[in-house]
Design a protein around this ligand. Sequence first.
Ligand code: B12
Ligand code: SF4
Length: 363
Amino acid sequence: MYDIILVNFNSIAFSKRDNCNLGLASIESYLKSQNIACVVIDYYELDKYIHLSSVFGFSVLDYSYSTAVRTTKKLKNKTVIWGGWTPSAIPEWILQNNSDVDYIILGEGEKRLEHLLLSLQQPMLFYALDGIAYRDKKNNIQVRSPQIYLDLDELPMPTDWAVMNDMVFVELSRGCYGNCGYCQETPRMRFKSPGLIADEIESWVQRGYSNFYFGNANTLVNGKILKRLLREIERRELFLRVALVGRPDDVLRNKHILEEYFQSSHVQLSFIEVGVEANSQHLLDLLGRKTTPEINRQAVQLLLNLKSKFSSSVAIHTNIILFSHYDMTLNELVENIKFLGEFLTCRDTLSMHLYGVWHLYMD
Ligand code: B12
Ligand code: SF4
């Protein structure tokens, strides 16, 4: 029997090889370190596991919402806890519309889930919980916002759910200072110590992995950490493929350390992903991006120059919100497309928009 069974829905979108879930990888590892018996399963395995616990935790994103709703209906006599980006954004609405969901954990799940599980046995502990939504005894919905943020150095290394195909997701930080108007990310940034990040990478390397994605919201923000991490990688004689992601202004601010990554004999950059988002000041302002088209262009041009100087195999990807959900003019759409045509750095634009069509088709 398990204290909790954690349910992954990313397999809706991922093939078996690509299936991963860094959130559950981190939660599973943390709960196990606290001697809580848990396992992560795919949603389609539920029937096999349904009798093995009275508590189920679901990791829900927008695209998995409808499958999560259907799966929850199979768990009438169980305690069902939802976490992840979608329930964190609209907890009240989720509880109003899903009577079988008992609790929602908002934001980071590791310690909150641990404390919620403990409180199921010792109800007094429930009153001290932050970042939780639930129905009280009068059936009124209560939402307590997140107050406490984790110290990333306290987290154990995540489990194998952090691996997508042969690429390992490694967290350098959580949160993002950007505060963009359309983004749910918390501005409360925290960083992992470079020595601990290198320990984590080294243990993956010992298990045969060499391909890493420093893939949380914004890994380019902290030049000092990137620099110290590179030194650690070199000192430990690790040979890695690494992907990075970040904002254009951080690319420019940390151009010297990026140049070191491009030239490193130990790190082969595989791709760098930059959030350009829009190619007009009006749209950037609407999105609350606090950058300019000029900063975006300079950052992408800098990366393309580094690529042609040091390493032609590095892919430079720019993310653009081609059709903004804010009011945009036809000219702005043209400007966005022009950016793509000029730099030829976009991998993903169409998938973002065809995704909705695919979702309807799958349902
Ligand atoms: C890395 C990343 C990816 C990676 C892999 C992600 C993965 N599945 O592990 C790749 C590049 C493959 C990817 C793909 C996509 N992604 Co993505 N991705 C991210 C990113 C940048 C980091 C995710 C991460 O690993 N965070 C670190 C972990 C530790 O945090 P976490 O996953 O949020 O989990 C914590 C909490 O949410 C919570 N939690 C999560 N699950 C549960 C469950 C329970 C029971 C509890 C209690 C708590 C809990 O606790 C966790 C630990 O603290 C986030 C943005 C971000 N800053 O987090 C976007 C993000 C998750 N992605 C997003 C999207 C839209 C996608 C795609 C659909 C894009 C597309 N159109 O193709 C695909 C979907 C693929 C998929 N099946 O997941 C959105 C989701 C928005 C939403 N509300 O649904 C995000 C939030 C970006 C954004 N701001 O729009 N993504
Ligand atoms: S830069 Fe990216 S992660 Fe940071 S707040 Fe803006 S959209 Fe969110």
